[in-house]
Design a protein around this ligand. Structure first.
Ligand SMILES: [Zn+2]
Length: 313
């Protein structure tokens, strides 16, 4: 019988869990309030409960494993979160082994942005390629590199930190210590900040700047042109380095594509001869907030079926 797997997304305000079959069809999904502030044990209890429930409903079918997308840096060997602004109480906690011991099935952790890139490759906009980069525009800019069908982690699990690529040498200061980071010029927060500088209001959001652009406001359109240029510089650099066939963009500002894509594509064309010479595609991601959930569910399918949980006592 067709095996299935379960994906968990710890990246949002809710804890989201989905059972997915090997063709990417979603079989079950559940979402509960995350309670991340109550500490790791409470969250682990919720995950175990939901997985057990899904497993009971899927009785008779092989559960290949559970993939968990977490918003933070992961030590892949130890299966622990080594750094996360969103999950402070999880730092150093043996989350993988704790869940693995309780469920008796393989648990695989992955950074949530990397998981989203993997999800897009599996059943989203990157379905027909094995190499792609996903840039997710949010408060910051996250993303993932999928190479030959697998997430590229780098030596310390920190590969794909696109948000901190320098796009403007003397640009806006960033919390990372650098200036002119991509996320200071092209994230949803950056769009809102530029909107505020354009006197659209102190609390203006990126969605409101988009609404103004739709109404024909020239200064709102300028915000997206500026944001598109910054994004284009970053993508041109990525194309020149990776020569991948596909670069995807996701996140809240995606509906404003028509406002930022022209300046983005012009910038890429002027800065990347590879883009101009080849059929490199820069496109919208398709799965939205579910990309990470699908990507997490895909992780167990990447493992050998014979993989068994190592017993630790
Ligand atoms: Zn930075």
């Amino acid at each position: 019988m067709d095996p299935y797997s379960i994906g968990v997304d710890l990246g949002g305000t809710n804890l989201r869990v989905a059972a997915v079959d090997s063709s990417g069809k979603m079989l079950q999904r559940e979402s509960v309030a995350a309670c991340f502030d109550k500490g790791p044990l409470r969250v682990i209890n919720s995950i175990v409960e939901i997985v057990e429930r899904m497993r009971a409903r899927g009785a008779g079918y092989e559960l290949r494993g559970v993939g968990i997308g977490v918003p933070g840096f992961i030590d892949m060997d130890l299966g622990v979160i080594v750094g996360s602004a969103n999950l402070p109480g999880f730092q150093g906690f043996p989350i993988r082994d704790e869940i693995q011991q309780r469920l008796g099935i393989p648990i695989i952790l992955e950074n949530d942005a990397n998981a989203a890139a993997l999800g897009e490759m599996w059943i989203g906009a990157g379905k027909n390629v094995k190499d792609l980069i996903l840039l997710t525009l949010g408060t910051g800019i996250g993303g993932g590199i999928v190479i030959d069908g697998k997430v590229m982690h780098g030596a310390h699990g920190m590969a794909g930190e696109f948000g901190h690529m320098t796009v403007i040498p003397e640009g806006n200061p960033c919390g990372c210590g650098n200036r002119g980071c991509l996320e200071k010029h092209a994230s949803a927060s950056a769009i809102a900040a530029m909107g505020s500088l354009m006197h659209f209001g102190h609390e203006v959001t990126s969605e409101q700047v988009y609404e103004l652009a739709l109404q024909g406001n020239q200064r709102a359109k300028m915000v997206f042109e500026s944001m598109g240029r910054a994004l284009g510089i970053a993508i041109a650099n990525l194309i020149n380095i990776f020569n991948f066939p596909l670069y995807l963009i996701s996140g809240g500002p995606l509906p404003a594509w028509d406002f930022f894509a022209p300046s983005m594509l012009a910038e890429v064309a002027s800065r990347s001869f590879i883009f101009s010479l080849t059929g490199t595609r820069i496109e919208k991601a398709l799965l939205g907030a579910d990309a990470g959930l699908y990507g997490a569910a895909y992780l167990p399918f990447q493992r050998e079926p014979a993989y068994r949980v190592p017993i630790t006592t």
